[in-house]
Design a protein around this ligand. Structure first.
Ligand code: CMC
Length: 449
């Protein structure tokens, strides 16, 4: 059954209902410590964790909690933005399959869809695009502190810090209950992330910053700010421009992943969206999340040749290293984004020439998909496995890969943040199971052993 779908209770032969039991949307829990039974409501295949609190041995007990490190089976919100069925390899934004959006709708169109729930009309898209295009410039002061970073600063560190710093330029952004002010920050963030990313890249390369060209498309302008040199007007290669736009679409949202959960969690304290998004981007930076694409490239370079793959697979199986770009918390079949990226790769390589690392990647994938370890652990290539190879062919340094992911994920973070506010969710504050020393008396220094 679709995850999150409402359950209509119907007695089916395999439900094994007790005779005479009328099916209902509740769960009965018997506490074998006391013999007491509790009936808790089921909604969308879930029970409310707070309903467990009534389960106690003594009236003074705190009550039962659920224990779920890593939130592997805990829904922390209701959302109507993105749907994933990990077993079937399905990803949909607002009901539209990713395969139908990628290549057919532009990134700004998809951003609108994610944000507002419907595909834009021509007029809506024109207005939305206009709003984004007119916010692409960074305050000149931002360049001053960008200059303060060391020449070899990782662009993701620069990106995170600059996004956070934007809150100081727009102090009204903390009025998160005002929909007009909120919308203004959404335009600014979607518009300025490519500029920040490109400036971080130019800083790293020791190049002068190239200003936005608002006549170009979102992806085209980004390429302009990255790669423009002495030409009066930069003309992006249409194949690379399109490929980058599709890559942004593929990264636009992914329901409650680590960085989105961070965005919601930080945003639940009612801080401004710049500070919340800096936190989300920091979560993305990690090698187990959006930093994985960078690690894939480093791994492929370390493997170095097709010949060396079996030896590397041995190291993976002995758990010495992880096969980066493989595995996913939710997808246990195939990451649908990886399939689309593989197709884009061919188009990009026609322009850039074939990336020799592709041979290693293809062979790694072939072996891994046949190998018992990977099959039994349900490990398949994820979005990061092939995106890095495309980015390399497009001449992005590896350090830029997580930054590219962050540009694509920005509308998702913002839509999820806005939804969290609309749903008036309480501040994120998980519980813990305390396993430390309960209480003891202070020991003066001279008596400590
Ligand atoms: N290589 C080798 N073994 C793996 C891998 C891997 N990439 N991923 C998981 N496993 C094994 C792991 O050792 C464990 O084995 P066992 O049960 O024998 O101890 C089992 O599979 C389950 O692993 P887990 O870490 O508990 O799984 P998870 O669902 O918590 O982790 C993951 C998901 C994405 C963090 C993990 O698969 C991983 O580290 N992959 C490599 C990093 C990567 O490519 N991340 C990008 C994810 S897609 C982009 C995004 O949305 O962030």
């Amino acid at each position: 059954m679709a995850k999150g779908a409402a359950t209509a209770p119907q007695a089916t032969p395999d439900m094994k209902l007790h005779e005479g039991l009328v099916p209902k949307d509740t769960l009965t829990i018997t506490d074998n410590r006391t013999g007491k039974a509790y009936e808790v409501p089921i909604t969308h295949d879930a029970i409310k964790a707070i309903d467990l609190r009534q389960i106690k041995v003594n009236p003074d007990d705190f009550g039962m909690m659920s224990f779920d490190p890593g939130f592997t089976n805990t829904a922390h919100c209701e959302s109507s933005i993105t749907y994933i069925d990990g077993d079937k390899g399905i990803l949909r934004y607002r009901g539209y399959p990713i395969e139908q959006l990628a290549g057919k709708a532009s990134f700004l169109e998809v951003s609108y869809l994610i944000m507002f729930g419907e595909l834009p009309t021509k007029a809506h898209l024109a207005e939305w695009t206009n709003n984004i295009v007119h916010h692409t410039f960074l305050h000149e002061n931002a360049k001053t502190f960008l200059d303060g970073f060391r020449y070899d600063a990782h662009p993701m560190g620069v990106f995170i810090s600059t996004v956070a710093a934007l809150s100081t330029f727009y102090p009204e952004a903390n009025q998160i209950d005002d929909p007009v002010i909120r919308q203004h920050q959404i335009h600014r963030l979607i518009a300025k992330t490519p500029t920040i990313a490109a400036f971080a890249y130019r800083h790293m390369r020791g190049l002068p910053y190239a200003y936005p060209d608002n006549e170009l498309s979102y992806a085209g302008n980004f390429l302009n700010m990255l790669f423009k040199t002495t030409e009066a007007k930069y003309k992006p290669n249409p194949v690379l421009e399109k490929a980058l736009d599709v890559l942004f679409v593929l990264h636009a949202d992914h329901e409650q992943n680590c960085s989105t959960a961070a965005m919601r969690g930080i945003g639940s304290s009612h801080v401004d969206p710049y500070s919340a998004m800096a936190g989300a981007a920091a979560a993305l930076y990690g090698p187990l999340h959006g930093g994985a694409n960078e690690q894939v490239l480093r791994m492929l370079r370390e493997i170095g040749s097709v010949k060396a793959i079996p030896e590397y697979i041995k190291r993976v199986k002995s758990k010495e290293v992880r096969l980066m770009g493989f595995g996913h918390r939710v997808y246990k079949n195939y990451d649908p984004r990886a399939k689309i990226i593989k197709q884009i790769a061919d188009e990009v390589f026609e322009v850039t020439g074939r990336n020799p690392l592709l041979d290693i990647a293809l062979e790694l994938e072939r072996i891994a998909l046949e190998d018992e370890y990977f099959v039994s652990h349900k490990l398949y290539p994820n979005v990061d496995f092939y995106s890095g190879i495309i980015y390399e062919a497009m001449q992005f340094p590896v350090e830029m890969y997580p930054v590219l992911f962050a540009i694509g994920r920005t509308p998702g973070w913002l839509a999820q943040w806005q939804e969290m506010l609309m749903h008036k969710l309480p501040i994120t504050r998980p519980r813990q199971i305390f396993t430390g020393v309960e209480t003891r008396d202070f020991v003066p220094m001279e008596k400590r052993k």
